[in-house]
Write a protein that binds this ligand. Sequence first.
Ligand code: GLY
Length: 389
Amino acid sequence: MSKSQILGAGTGPRVAVIGAGAIGLGIGWRLARAGSPVTVFDRGEAGRSASWAAGGMLAAGVETEPGEETLWQLAALSQRLWPDFRYALQAETGQDIGYRDEGTLVIALTRDDLEQLRFNYEFQRSLGIELDWLAGTEARRREPYLNTGTAAAVYCRHDHQVDNRALVTALKPALLKAGGVLHEHCEVTAIEIAGGRVAGVQAGGVLHQAEVVVVAAGAWSRDLPGLPRADRPPVRPIRGQLLVLKMNPAEPLLRHVLWAPKAYIIPRRDGRLLIGATTEERGFDTRPTAGGVFSLLEGAWRALPGIEELVLDEIVVGFRPGSRDDAPILGPTGVDGLVMATGHHRNGILLTPVTVEAISQYVLTGRVMAEIQPFRADRFRRPEPELRS
Ligand code: GLY
């Protein structure tokens, strides 16, 4: 018989969060601040999976593609929530999370790129996204090290960036300071369900009783032991390779986040220059490939030739949690108390504040925010077959 542990004491429901990435830590922090006894579990070190491998682009504008109009509304809301989320976290911890608001440039180098840039510009403007069309010379005035052949660019003033590693590094003490508990290197071996509602989680040989279990395990969410088949989120790993180069921070090659046709490039204040990212279906294979590194370097070099002088400091491999429709899976399930906060695909860092807010509101009040209704887990449930008479 397993030992049993009741998760803390407090005023809200007892909550177990599975996954200590930006989303899981953020939800834990918010609920602990509201008085819920919260325990967050991670099979590894907190913040070291997808949240560590991310780029931290808060790109609600320039990443929106046709077919993503509903997702754009959620992303734009989260983008608006980001400044308050940042100030609250910085005030709680005294840590700077590297939020930068220079905005984002998307460039075209060839005639084909120009057509694509024009198409995206018109589509994104039709959604109300504020964008400026720039001639190549104007783009190079703003970023002097761009390829001299830069044909044109689009500037998005609202698409900012945050240092995702600084973010999770700050969220961990924020959770603890608010009274939350964190178990790292502690795999959840079962989600316990009894009588149609969650009873807790098994981890480290102990039953941790909880009235609410939040699944925030990213690409690992689908196969968590104990999830009923009907409530398994259809999430799979979408692998991304990303490179970290080193610039002289006093003489940065770049100030804006830059979307080039075949890579994006993100400058950090400490001199890191991130080049991302591949999009691959290779399961959980953590080995980087020559082809991945080559395509990223080539794509970045075509936009910013000066990178060839920089030191290649790190090759990162991460796993985006991709759902069947590439949109997040948020809110209640068919089991009372079992809550999804997963499937964020390319947008985990951007969608952190809105996910934290929506999931916490649901846990504390039972209300599903209108903005997350289109992203509920039940959209993947198959309708019952019609009976023939
Ligand atoms: N949002 C950028 C990426 O997923 O690569």
